[in-house]
Design a protein around this ligand. Sequence first.
Ligand code: V47
Length: 378
Amino acid sequence: MTIESIAQKVQQGERLDESDALALFLEPDLLAVGALANTVRERMHGDRTYFNRNMRIEVTNVCVASCLFCSFAKLEEGAPGAHTMKVEEAWRELEMRMDDPPSEVHIVNGLHPGLPFSYYEELLRGFKRIKPDVHMKCFTAVEIHFFAQHYKMTYAEVLTRLREAGLDSLPGGGAEIFHEDVRKRISHDKANADEYLEVHRVAHRLGLRTNATMLYGHIETFEHRVDHLMRLRKLQDETGGMQAFIPLAFHPDGNGMKNLPAPTAVDDLRTVAVSRLVLDNVPHIKAYWVSMTPKIAQLGLRFGADDIDGTIVHETIYHAAGSRSPQGLSYNELVRLIREAGRIPVERDTLYNVVREHPKSALPENAVKVRDRKAERH
Ligand code: V47
């Protein structure tokens, strides 16, 4: 497979296969891969680039799973650093932000063996009492699988009860790398690939939207990444319920793979680009600024990504693993990153309804400043 033959397929709107995807990961000309992904991105979204006002809460870091890449989880309650919020504590996080409220609360937790199911229902109900229109994007497919096993329910029963309590959609975490050869080494004691995908399938059938992720840049090969993307594309062909795909760059600090280097900027940008090209049926590709840094995420907006995630405010999982990104970004910082990339900032809600479309900057921000200063002098 050559980049020229892949380009021809892309121009003709033809679907790429496994060997095309692998060739894109191996192609030395990163800019050629990026330009192709950019063509598809602009065909789908023009210059529009999405972001939202969101906040992250991890209510418990107690987790029975022992994933090799995780720097966040504690095995049991009472272990140093283990923490489980009372529901009131979690609600207070939102109450404190009601002067400039988020439209989305994103909750991801450890798999806690000692909480009743009613804790999660109460948690959701409380957030909706504080802000009835807030979108609750909570609990990964891995958590839903754990709830089903632990509380002896089907996936549909878990999801239905949580939805009745206020759940609106599922975040994409927990996918890691689907291939068994990798999964058995990095996360052997939680939902496997088929279980992760089945939770998403059931959620879609119930009318819930979901996101999906891939944790890259550790022990996996490019073949494993291609396999991962293909499994997601197949599910999406079947259900159409996935909104966004988020490639997550591995962070090595403080976890069982701390001897490995983090992926480089080139790998980050290439992975965004290949994801855009392969996942032709997933509407949005996120360049998640926490995992890539705001600077690389900004470049990602010209390599296939059309979304940069949100304000976040206080991130924990990546900072435990050594992220040097800020804990949060202001609304205006996100608008600036998008504008400077030559794109149109579009504030969205979680389901990609437009909240506010900002004008595109005619010139890069610095040029605007220089022009304004010159105008002042005349
Ligand atoms: O599931 C954990 C990953 C995920 C590390 O749905 C790590 O919109 C890198 O899923 N290095 C949680 N990654 C974050 C997540 C997410 C993020 C942004 C947006 C959305 C969305 C979802 O973080 C975990 C795991 O795959 N993770 N530890 C680490 N050391």
